[in-house]
Design a binder for this molecule. Structure first.
Ligand code: PLP
Length: 376
């Protein structure tokens, strides 16, 4: 059996080696390392894939979030509602821009924002909601978009973990995550579902004015060569990364299917096991399993992790500390007990290996190793 990895980027690369090597060599031969034609092409292809009017590539997912908040012109002191159970970048950017993150607890089954708790958190300073489609499954966008309408708020989707997921509205309309709010943001960090060979990110919008503004923001606020309309910053997707991502986008639905097949094998093996809860699905979204995350009860999560490690199986805790309890965010004034679901999840979650290259032998071995922890 091949060695089990949390994310197996090498085996995936080897499957498409010829195509990827060719794309890289083309960029080297052209020496258009910055703003080469592959960047525009990739932006157009990804916009078409998402069904959104505009895609603007940038340097990473964190910069995408920063450009999004700058584009909707939030002012210091404005409040942004989001989740305490996410990667730090979501909240870091809000804080860096002088905005105030206001947390709302998550749903214990899906890990996503609990939409019932949003309205009580809205004040006259609230300007935006940032749903994070965590682990590959969409947040309850219909409710969130309706609340945003009602209170005049912007919606910025953090779609770093769910690129490719579809969301079904009660009308039957289907949209991709990242294409529903005013702006969607994503990341091409290598371990993300669509991963580059380095850093990368992108923003999506249907609004042509916002699209223009974002494109200028991530290019020093430039409107035409050496004329600047706003204070921007420098955040670009390298041509080499765009060329690699164009190849991978052609295989992307297959990648997500492979993840779903692995998740199915885990579900079948583990859903009846006392003591662990397999990932629950909501009724309105696909799940493309950026992570396959168990909830382990009985206080034995860390013991299970150690047991798996001894069997040669890596696992990860996403996330061990909720953001409202992080040292750097103390001054927000939150404390233990404020978001009990997020806090409890931090003690229970364990993510199993999840990538496009897990084979049957590996999946069977992981399932039986989890089981024999309980049947020792
Ligand atoms: C990965 C990630 C980001 C940041 O993306 P980078 O490309 O690493 O800057 C933001 N939000 C979430 C939820 C993420 O998982």
């Amino acid at each position: 059996m091949r060695k089990i990895k949390m994310v197996d980027l090498r085996t995936q690369y080897l499957r498409h080696k010829a195509e990827i090597d060719h794309a890289i060599q083309d960029v080297i031969d052209s020496t258009t390392f910055i703003k080469g034609p592959a960047v525009k092409n990739f932006e157009q292809e990804l916009a078409a894939y998402l069904g959104t009017g505009h895609c603007i590539a940038c340097g990473n997912g964190t910069d995408a979030l920063q450009a999004a908040f700058m584009a909707i012109e939030l002012k210091p002191g404005d409040e942004v509602i989001t989740t305490p159970f996410t990667f730090i970048a979501t909240v870091e950017v809000i804080k860096l821009l002088g905005l105030r993150p206001v947390f709302v607890d998550v749903d214990p089954d899906t890990f996503n924002l609990n939409p019932g708790l949003i309205e009580p958190a809205v004040t006259e300073k609230t300007k935006a909601i940032v749903p994070v489609h965590l682990f590959g499954q969409a947040a309850d966008m219909e409710t969130i978009l309706n609340l945003a309408d009602q209170f005049g708020l912007k919606v910025i989707e953090d779609n770093a973990q769910a690129l490719g997921t579809s969301y079904r509205f009660s009308t039957g309309q289907v949209k991709k995550t990242g294409a529903m709010g005013q702006i969607g943001c994503t990341s091409f960090f290598p371990s993300k579902n669509l991963g580059a060979f380095g850093d990368g990110g992108a923003l999506f919008t249907d609004d042509p004015l916002l699209g223009k503004k974002i494109a200028s923001l991530v290019n020093h606020g430039m409107i035409k060569k050496y004329h600047y309309e706003q204070v921007g910053f420098n955040s670009r997707l390298d041509t080499m990364q765009a060329a690699i991502l164009r190849v991978k986008l052609r295989h992307f639905d297959g990648y997500n299917k492979a993840r779903q097949a692995a998740a199915k094998a885990y579900d079948e093996g583990l859903s009846n096991l006392e003591g662990v809860k397999t990932p629950q699905r909501n009724s309105f979204s696909d799940h493309i399993f950026h992570q396959y995350t168990l909830q382990v009860s009985g206080g034995v999560r860390d013991d299970l992790k150690t047991h798996l490690h001894e069997q040669g199986i890596p696992s990860m805790i996403y996330y061990p500390v909720p953001l409202h309890m992080q040292e750097a965010y103390k001054d927000l004034g939150y404390g233990k007990g404020d978001f009990p679901i997020a806090e409890e999840l931090c003690n229970k979650v364990l993510s199993l290996p999840m990538h496009t290259e897990l084979d049957d032998d590996q999946l069977k071995y992981i399932v039986s190793s989890v089981k024999n922890f309980y049947n020792k």
